[in-house]
Structures are given as structure tokens and as C-alpha cells.
Design a protein around this ligand. Structure first.
Ligand SMILES: [Fe+2]
Length: 333
């Protein structure tokens, strides 16, 4: 694993600038590009909507006075399109009177700036709105509801109680050992906690069945990867973990599910989870067997390192981490 290992790109925000005057657009572009932002320019509302559909726009600066659809209408339309998330919009206007500001607020504008504008003031406003956007996304209430659902789901079965939380915590530990960024560690924690959320629809009878499962039951259980992805998809703050939820049962040799991905086609986050998930399941008590010791579990994982279930390089690093932890007297669970 190289030191450049990363699950997410640290990207600068995308600013959508809309003005029918090319000189204004060029000025906005110059100001924000110098500050390291990505700027997409649109000279009309229709091209702004096209850009919005093609780029991950984080914030929009819109001139009010434009031929055709004006800035107020465009603002209203963008707010409607982004109703499930927060897209801050700053209206740029020469009309600095209260009537226009009220109209702007009614259309959902978050702030205003008068022309000719002070570049420092504009950058400051944009930065503070982007901070607010981060906060909104962080405080995505539905995410907390889903996290609570996991606890409720696991409480149904004493054998899996606490499994997802442990996987989340231990995946974070492994991520630190791998040198992943704080953002990636955060994603892995969520992915660990939520990886089996799709089991919520499975009956206790199947979950606790001690004997052999029928092919129909196996099919139902396998669906939990896709159901989990569907449950988390509506939440913006969980988009980064969808590939991990979907692919945590893929196998390095391509014989896993749901997509038969192989090797590095499997997202790194899913490859990490697959090892931690298996480790925690192995050392937990199951209806059909007792608890395995950590030592025998690690031996088993080591023996199976090249047999096709996991990324062998990651398994090697995992075993190294566990070895170091045991030398420090760390006790799992
Ligand atoms: Fe699973």
C-alpha cells in the first residue's frame, strides 16, 4: 500500500456563476479561481440549469437582471431541484432596495451582494455559506434515524448484537493503521455501522436459523447488500459509503455478490469491511457454535489469505496491525 492511499478526493467547491454580462463572469471567475475554487460560468438561466445537471455544483452566484428567465426565477427553480439538499444561492444585484431583497428571499436566496461588488466581501460570504452547507450535511437528521435502526435491528438477535458498531469502530482503527485521512476514517465508521442495514427486512427465523438455509433463503439474505444501498441512497451524507454497503460481500476472486467484482474492482472501503466483518463474525458466538479465540481466528484468516476471499495485501496489513495491538495488550471487544 503506497502512502498516497486515499478513498476520497479533497476537492475544492464548485461555484456556478450566472450573469449575462461576460465581463462580470470573467471577474467572478478570476476572483474565485485565484482562491482555488472551481468556477462554471453560465450566461443564461438555461445554460445554468444545464451546468447544474452536469457538475457537482456546491453554490451559485446569480445575477438578477437577465434576459429570458431572470435571477429570481432561476433561484426558485434551483431551490426546487435541490429540495433534498442545501444549495446556497447568492443573488447579485444592482437593485439594492428592500423590495428586491424580499423577492429574492421569497425565491429562496440565501444572501445578496450589490454590484459593483467588493471581491473580499463576495469571497467571505461564499466561504461562510459553504461552511453552513457543510454543517447542514453533517446534521442530516435522517442519518441518525438510520443509525438508530441498526441498533434496533441488531437488538432482535442476541448473536449479532453490537456487531455493526464493533465493525464500525474496528474498521476505523484499521483505517488509521492504513494511514487513511480523517474523512475516510469517518466514512469507514459509517460504512461499518451500516453495512448490514439491508437485513432489516429479513425475518428473525432466517437470521437465527441454526441449520442449512434453503436456496430461496440464501437468495433473500444476499439481497441485503442492495436493500442496504437503497435505504441509504436518499441521504446525501451517506453517498460516500454506498459502494461499501453494496460490495461488502464481493470476493477478491470474483465469486462474491452482488456484482461478481474481482480484485481492485472492489471498492477499497468494501475490501476493508469484508475483512473486519468476517473477523468480528468469527470471534462472536453463533447459534451453531461457540466463540473462537482471537488467536485461532487470526490463524484461520492468515491461512486463507491467498484463497480468494479477501485482498491478500490488506489481510497482511490487518494481521500486522493485530499483532502490534496484541503486543500492546489491546483486547478486542
Ligand atoms: Fe453483510
Amino acid at each position: 500500500m503506497g502512502s498516497s492511499l486515499s478513498l476520497s478526493k479533497e476537492e475544492m467547491p464548485f461555484i456556478l456563476a450566472v450573469d449575462d454580462m461576460p465581463s462580470n463572469l470573467e471577474l467572478i471567475e478570476a476572483i474565485f479561481q485565484q482562491a482555488g475554487y472551481n468556477v462554471c460560468k453560465a450566461s443564461s438561466a438555461s445554460s445554468a440549469l444545464e451546468i447544474y445537471n452536469s457538475y457537482p455544483v456546491d453554490i451559485a452566484i446569480i445575477d438578477v437582471m437577465m434576459p429570458g428567465m431572470n435571477g429570481f426565477e432561476l433561484c426558485k427553480m434551483l431551490k426546487k431541484l435541490t429540495s433534498r439538499q442545501y444549495l446556497p444561492i447568492v443573488l447579485l444585484t444592482a437593485l439594492n432596495d428592500s423590495k428586491n431583497r424580499i423577492t429574492g428571499l421569497e425565491c429562496g436566496a440565501d444572501d445578496f451582494i450589490s454590484k459593483p461588488f467588493d471581491p473580499v466581501e463576495l469571497i467571505t460570504k461564499i466561504k461562510s455559506l459553504l461552511n453552513l452547507k457543510d454543517l447542514y450535511e453533517e446534521l442530516d437528521h435522517s442519518e441518525n434515524i438510520i443509525l438508530t435502526l441498526v441498533v434496533a435491528m441488531e437488538a432482535r438477535d442476541p448473536y449479532t448484537k453490537g456487531h455493526s458498531t464493533r465493525v464500525g469502530d474496528f474498521a476505523t482503527e484499521f483505517a488509521s493503521f492504513l494511514g487513511l485521512s480523517g474523512k475516510d476514517r469517518e466514512l469507514l465508521k459509517k460504512a461499518g455501522v451500516l453495512h448490514d442495514i439491508g437485513k432489516i427486512g429479513l425475518s428473525e427465523r432466517i437470521l437465527r436459523k441454526p441449520g442449512r438455509l434453503t436456496s430461496e433463503e440464501v437468495k433473500m439474505i444476499k439481497k441485503h447488500t442492495l436493500v442496504g444501498e437503497d435505504i441509504c441512497r436518499p441521504l446525501v451524507s451517506l453517498h460516500g459509503i454506498l459502494p461499501a454497503i453494496r460490495s461488502h460481500h464481493e470476493r477478491w476472486d470474483g465469486s462474491g455478490f452482488p456484482d461478481n467484482l474481482a480484485g481492485e474492482e472492489i471498492p477499497l472501503m468494501a475490501r476493508i469491511l469484508s475483512i473486519i466483518d468476517a473477523f468480528d463474525a468469527m470471534i462472536s458466538i453463533r447459534p451453531y457454535r461457540g466463540r473462537r479465540t482471537i488467536e485461532s481466528t487470526l490463524e484461520l484468516i492468515g491461512n486463507e489469505r491467498y484463497l480468494g476471499q479477501w485482498d491478500p495485501e490488506l489481510v497482511g496489513i490487518f494481521l500486522k496491525m493485530m499483532n502490534q495491538m496484541s503486543m500492546k495488550g489491546y483486547h478486542y471487544v
